[in-house]
Design a protein around this ligand. Structure first.
Ligand code: ATP
Ligand code: MG
Length: 406
């Protein structure tokens, strides 16, 4: 079957009455970005669905693969758009059925939003079913559990026909839900956490704490690469790299060894909070997961969280590690995340960190030094990179990335 359009459904977007126009516009530009390197199409979006009109040279399977990964797209179908005449409908319906295997069953579903159309739903169903049975051997009708559903939509402008609906990623279009700051380590979890909030329409900037010479340039490149992979899905992302060495050294001078992890997290969060205000974001996102490691018990979260009243989103809170790994693989970040470069926390991690830090003790240790100035210094020396999918951390003239993940 030669299709001439891809039908794109918005799903839950339809719920968002007043904002619908903004959502549709954002989704249209996100879909266009996903299709950018491809040729032979035109995107037409209206209130309740989008059509991608295809030229004959268009690579429809590749287009569908890309569109199905755009947040806010609920499902897609390759469709044929035909004149509002029954003989056209018969011809295409038979065309669909000729591709079915011997013994397959089918069902005709008709949606008739043009109430003026000369035939009613039931008449169309019967006539098209009859035409197929006459023209194609070895297929039969099954209205309960058909192998194929041929859908015929009689709309005002034309008739649209299709027999495949592909589930897409869902969620809401990135760019419609405000901005957050993602705490991005080199690990498996934080990139996944970032994508989970983006799935709900939120944009991110990323912040990474770097402690040279205890952490290598390789560790930094890893974070750049993780950001680049996320950018292949959602467009350019800003990455803020914080020089964290001095703060970390100072923590180790004044805080009891078992509490250094707690204080390190608290200082990170104090810095992140200042950046949140600078960039006009409204929340911090991290990859924390309840009970996974010492810093992620409830007592720990309480002690760490106490430095800020900015909301902290923890989209992975309740997932099992295997579920997070699965998502990281889907996203394409897993292989990079498991590269063995140390991040600043691994290196300073005490042998025996306290799992249930007492809040009063944390405050007592930290009162041995006024961290505020050092924190401001770190913020003042942040390096910011804008990372898109073609970003090359070695700054080569032009990078040819072949692993475009869309
Ligand atoms: P991840 O796989 O994301 O590193 P994790 O399970 O290893 O998570 P931790 O290392 O305890 O857990 O970190 C918890 C969260 O703290 C991370 O998900 C991340 O959001 C944040 N974080 C940790 N280290 C850094 C860092 N160097 N820079 C920025 N954020 C960090
Ligand atoms: Mg980690």
């Amino acid at each position: 079957m030669i299709y001439d359009h891809i039908l794109v459904r918005y799903g839950e977007l339809t719920l968002k009455g007043a904002n619908r126009k903004t959502f549709v516009n954002q989704l249209r530009s996100n879909v266009k970005r996903a299709l950018m390197p491809l040729k032979g199409y035109e995107v037409k979006a209206n209130r309740d669905r989008m059509y991608i009109q295809l030229e004959p040279e268009a690579d429809i399977e590749e287009m569908m693969r890309r569109i199905s990964k755009v947040y806010g797209v609920h499902s897609i179908s390759p469709v044929v758009k035909i004149k509002k005449a029954m003989d056209e409908v018969y011809q295409y319906a038979v065309g669909f059925a000729k591709e079915y295997r011997d013994g397959d069953s089918f069902k005709i579903e008709v949606k008739r939003s043009d109430k003026q159309f000369e035939h009613d739903t039931y008449a169309i169903q019967r006539a098209v079913g009859g035409a197929i049975l006459k023209a194609v051997d070895d297929v039969h009708v099954d209205v309960r559990q058909p192998d194929h559903e041929i859908r015929i939509e009689v709309r005002l402008d034309a008739i649209y026909m299709y027999d495949r609906t592909i589930k897409a990623i869902g969620g809401l279009p990135v760019g419609t839900g405000g901005k957050t700051l993602l705490m991005l380590s080199g690990g498996i979890d934080s990139p996944v956490a970032g994508m989970e909030v983006m799935r709900r329409g939120v944009t991110i900037e990323a912040i990474h704490f770097h402690s040279p010479p205890f952490t290598s340039d390789k560790a930094k490149e890893k974070v750049v690469e993780l950001t680049r992979i996320m950018a292949t899905r959602v467009g350019a992302i800003k990455l803020h790299i914080v020089p964290f060495t001095e703060v970390q050294k100072q923590i180790h001078k004044v805080v009891h060894e078992r509490y250094t992890m707690t204080s390190t997290r608290r200082m990170m969060l104090r810095i992140a909070d200042k950046v949140v205000h600078q960039i006009g974001a409204d929340a911090i996102v991290n990859g924390e997961n309840l009970g996974q490691v010492a810093s992620q018990t409830l007592k720990s979260m309480y002690a760490i969280n106490a430095v800020t009243s900015t909301p902290i989103l923890r989209p992975l809170l309740s997932l099992d590690k295997s579920e997070i790994v699965e998502k990281a693989k889907d996203l394409g970040t897993f292989e990079t995340s498991i590269q063995p470069y140390e991040d600043c926390c691994t290196i300073f991690t005490p042998k025996n960190p306290v799992t249930e830090p007492q809040f009063e003790k944390v405050l007592k240790y930290e009162s041995g030094f006024d961290f505020e100035e050092m924190i401001n210094e770190a913020v003042a020396n942040i390096e910011t990179f804008v990372i898109d999918k073609n970003y090359d951390s070695h700054q080569n003239e032009k990078a040819a990335w072949e692993d475009d993940l869309f």
